[in-house]
Design a protein around this ligand. Structure first.
Ligand code: SAM
Length: 270
């Protein structure tokens, strides 16, 4: 396939960050997962140098964080698929996630939902089937919910990996409220960033993708109506994957909630 011109800007362009992270983690001596598609897709869509502000200097650390978060969502999704009769996975703000190709074979249905500009890009790289479908819409245009199959909501897993922090708090609240009314009992696997992330927001703003939703603690999520089942600090997951000096530093820093809550994965029921 020849190189694809991508004209992504703003928040959609941030999909290149995890794509590059997943591609580069394949150079690790013991990668947490295999992802040949990420390598191929990154070559085809190319990098955008403006993102060096976020990824360039800290490439190794960025790739480790992406590998860890990707692998952990993979574990949650695999377990969901194994434990439900009609497992449906919906990646919200899916970017160029290749999770379906890694672990989705036994899903009843798998949806990749992203803005039309991203879905158009995916369609040039990936193929839709009855099992694996793409939806080009904003997560805030709730009609996308009509495209999901009529299975009992417990079968549905929504993954919001690197999405909700780009939405305003009232949008996140509205989304949760509508999802809850349509799919009560479904699982939402989301990522949240803490107040400490406000420090790096200058860089996110410079690349045209300011962070907007910061979570102080779990009570913020409970107040939004989510029933939190599990939560993990990104810096306490798979610590053996970090070089030894980082391991020591993270063990020390994660004693402090302010740091521990910087970036978390949360599994919640709607
Ligand atoms: C940081 S990327 C994460 C991509 C993917 N989840 C991953 O981890 O590789 C953020 C994604 O959210 C998408 N996004 C942002 N706002 C959105 C919205 N309102 N509706 C749907 N997708 C949105 C962007 O287009 C982008 O693909």
């Amino acid at each position: 396939m020849s190189k694809i011109i991508n004209e992504l800007t703003g928040v959609p362009r941030t999909l290149l960050l995890p794509l590059r992270g997943r591609a580069e983690t394949q150079n690790h001596p013991h990668p947490l997962f295999q992802d040949p598609l990420a390598v191929e897709w990154l070559k085809l869509v190319g990098w955008n140098q403006e993102l060096d502000l976020l990824y360039g200097k800290a490439a190794k650390v960025s790739s480790i964080v992406v590998a860890i978060r990707t692998y952990h969502h993979d574990q949650i999704a695999s377990s969901h698929i194994a434990n439900h009769s009609y497992p449906v996975v919906v990646e919200l703000g899916s970017g160029l996630s290749s999770r379906f190709h890694r672990i989705g074979q036994n899903a009843y249905r798998w949806f990749e939902l992203d803005l039309p500009v991203v879905t158009e890009l995916r369609s040039k790289l990936d193929t839709q089937t009855e099992q694996h479908q793409f939806i080009g819409a904003s997560v805030m245009d709730f009609d996308w919910m009509d495209a999901l199959p009529k299975v009992a909501p417990e079968n549905i897993l929504f993954i919001a990996e690197g999405l909700l922090m780009y939405l305003e708090v009232n949008e996140v609240q509205q989304l949760i409220y509508v999802m809850q009314s349509r799919f009560p009992g479904a699982t939402l696997d989301l990522e949240i960033v803490g107040i400490s992330t406000k420090i790096s927001n200058k860089i996110f703003t410079q690349i045209g993708a300011p962070l907007k939703w910061f979570v102080k603690n779990q009570e913020d999520l409970t107040a939004m109506g989510l029933k939190v089942i599990n939560s993990w600090s990104m810096y306490q997951l798979y610590v053996e994957y970090w070089p030894w000096y980082w391991k020591l530093l993270l063990r020390f820093l994660t004693q402090f909630p302010y740091f521990r809550n910087t970036y978390q994965i949360v599994e919640a029921k709607l």
